[in-house]
Design a protein around this ligand. Structure first.
Ligand SMILES: [Zn+2]
Length: 165
């Protein structure tokens, strides 16, 4: 992504006014730090347009919850294959938190596999990560993670950049 581009800044700013995390996910996904992101709501066409102007493909996915109620998720990615994979696996299926689902989601969302496996065994185990680092991530880092410290500079850069917009 060209962070100097006025168009990108305008889109990111407009998304940030709607929700900081949505704009942050758009930057992380646009940069390829996350292959795919999920927003657990439907988004209107204006918001989808902003994501698309940032170079992202978007798709609304219908899911059901245990009560039988239907919900709509929005996924976005630069990669058509990831959109397709998510759609084929999850469209019109009930939301579940099985280890298999968490592993596939982790893969699609760019979470280190070590962190996903540790989280499945024991969610939110103490990881020694400074709180200000953990809180800008979307995965819970595993104890003494070897991969999360490599990802953090990119997360920090995009988080700071968005704050500056
Ligand atoms: Zn890890």
């Amino acid at each position: 992504m060209d962070f100097g581009s006025q168009k990108l800044q305008d889109c990111a700013k407009a998304l940030k006014e709607i929700d900081f995390d949505l704009a942050y996910l758009a930057l992380l996904t646009g940069e390829g730090i996350k292959p795919l992101s999920r927003w657990e709501k439907a988004l209107d066409s204006g918001v989808l347009e902003l994501l698309q102007q940032m170079g992202l493909l978007t798709k609304q996915i219908r899911r059901s919850v245990q009560t039988g109620k239907e919900i709509t998720e929005t996924i976005f990615s630069r990669l058509p294959g990831y959109i397709q994979l998510y759609q084929e696996r999850f469209a019109d299926t009930p939301i579940d938190k099985s280890p298999e689902t968490q592993r596939l989601e982790g893969f699609l969302f760019g979470y280190p596999a070590c962190c996903v496996d540790a989280y499945i065994r024991r969610p939110y185990a103490p990881n020694g990560l400074p709180q200000q680092d953990q809180k800008i991530l979307f995965h819970w880092a595993c104890t003494n993670c070897k991969i999360t410290p490599l990802l953090l500079p990119a997360y920090k850069m995009l988080h700071d950049l968005l704050n500056s917009y």
